[in-house]
Design a binder for this molecule. Sequence first.
Ligand SMILES: Cc1cc2nc3c(=O)[nH]c(=O)nc-3n(C[C@H](O)[C@H](O)[C@H](O)COP(=O)(O)OP(=O)(O)OC[C@H]3O[C@@H](n4cnc5c(N)ncnc54)[C@H](O)[C@@H]3O)c2cc1C
Length: 453
Amino acid sequence: MSVRVVIIGGGPAGNQAATHAARLGGEVTLVEREIVGGAAHLWDCIPSKTMIATGGARSFAARAHAMGLFPREAEVDGVALVQRVAEIEERINRSITELLTSQGVRIIKGTGRLKGPREVVVETETGVEELAADTIVLSTGSRPRIPDWCEPDGERVLTTRQAYPPPEFPEHLVVIGSGVTGVEFVHMFSSFGAEVTLVVSRQQVLPLKDAEVAGALEDDFIRRGVALLKGARAVGIDRTAEGVAVRCDDGRVARGSHALLCIGSVPNSEGLSLEAAGVEVDDAGYVPVNQHCQSNVAHIYAAGDLSGKLPLSSVAAMQGRKIAEHVMGLHTREHRHLDYEKAASAIFTEPEIADVGLAEADAFALGRKIRVTKMPFAASAKALINSDPRGFVKILSDPATGVVLGGSIVGRHAAELISVIALAVTCNLKVTDIVDSLLVHPTLSEALADAAE
Ligand SMILES: Cc1cc2nc3c(=O)[nH]c(=O)nc-3n(C[C@H](O)[C@H](O)[C@H](O)COP(=O)(O)OP(=O)(O)OC[C@H]3O[C@@H](n4cnc5c(N)ncnc54)[C@H](O)[C@@H]3O)c2cc1C
């Protein structure tokens, strides 16, 4: 008899778990209340990156004179932009649905919760359905955190989910929070021509990132006229005749037409009746998991943002895959545990930022000896051809063995280029493996080989 797998939540974690478990012979039911693809496709990765791509095209047009073209200030067509986001979402949603159904996954549109350790109840538009399961995967994701000192109104005070685009394009946006999401929105709206103020609670944007990398982004923000309010923690937002006034704990006030909250997320764990199966949550509401993504109840797994690990779509999807392998008994010698320390991540700003593996600051904190080598894109022929020589490639390796431990890239296509270093980190390749690769000329990837020397 095949394993009955019931998955609640069809984001990257849920839909990858579903496709792979079905491919491996499971009888899979996926319960999703909105769209398969999840918040990642409806609210987060896809709409934000689609809008950033349009902003990028606009700033490229503004710089085009450097490449022998007439300067042109491209106007943003808000209606066409919203339509483009919707079309891309719809195409991706369609292809995921087709993939799931082609693998025999049953998709139920509804809201799921646990009824017992091996039972799931789904409320649909037409009634209630009960599903028996051998294995349950919880992948209900997260939503924007709303602090108790402000109430988003969807007009002037927005969460990230109300910003695609906001009801009207902001003349002056005050972004609260300078983590990855915050800086991406700063970049997005400043590339559309809005004035932007960023409230930075510490002394550096991207406080968890390499200082040199964060510094490169700060320089670019300042060059673009973004106002950085450093060392300021927002404590309240007032609506004013002109828009909003964001009050900070040191008495400073950031005024603008709109405010956008980018202060993290909270897990969607309430409403799942986890207590019905004895599944534990931590103080913040996440479901703690072991290396196989099992909760404290062995046949109930949690994946994606709900598991409280790295809140990335790519990590969620890989967790879903690994769960399917574990559930379906494919836990063979080839199976590699997910190593969160080796997850590549990117920030889609201008310049783009990407990193993977060990960071320089962490190596120093651990007292670990490392070799750091660096190459600026200013020395790359392709970067000059592209008329965009900003940024650098930095590679960290073990001085004794030459094994690549990590790296950062700042510059055009950093999110794509980091995959070479990610592969090296995952497979314990050496810097000489990168140096000896015969790469295409002229390309930005040559800077990787140069940095590895
Ligand atoms: C603005 C923004 C931009 C981002 N950009 C990126 C990016 O570029 N790259 C990247 O890797 N990550 C990005 N992320 C992070 C990424 O979106 C999340 O890590 C990812 O969505 C997590 O996937 P998930 O499968 O856990 O959940 P989600 O994508 O949140 O999906 C969960 C699904 O569960 C459904 N659900 C919830 N409760 C129930 C229930 N009871 N019954 C049925 N269905 C339910 C929801 O409707 C939803 O569809 C971004 C995040 C934000 C906020």
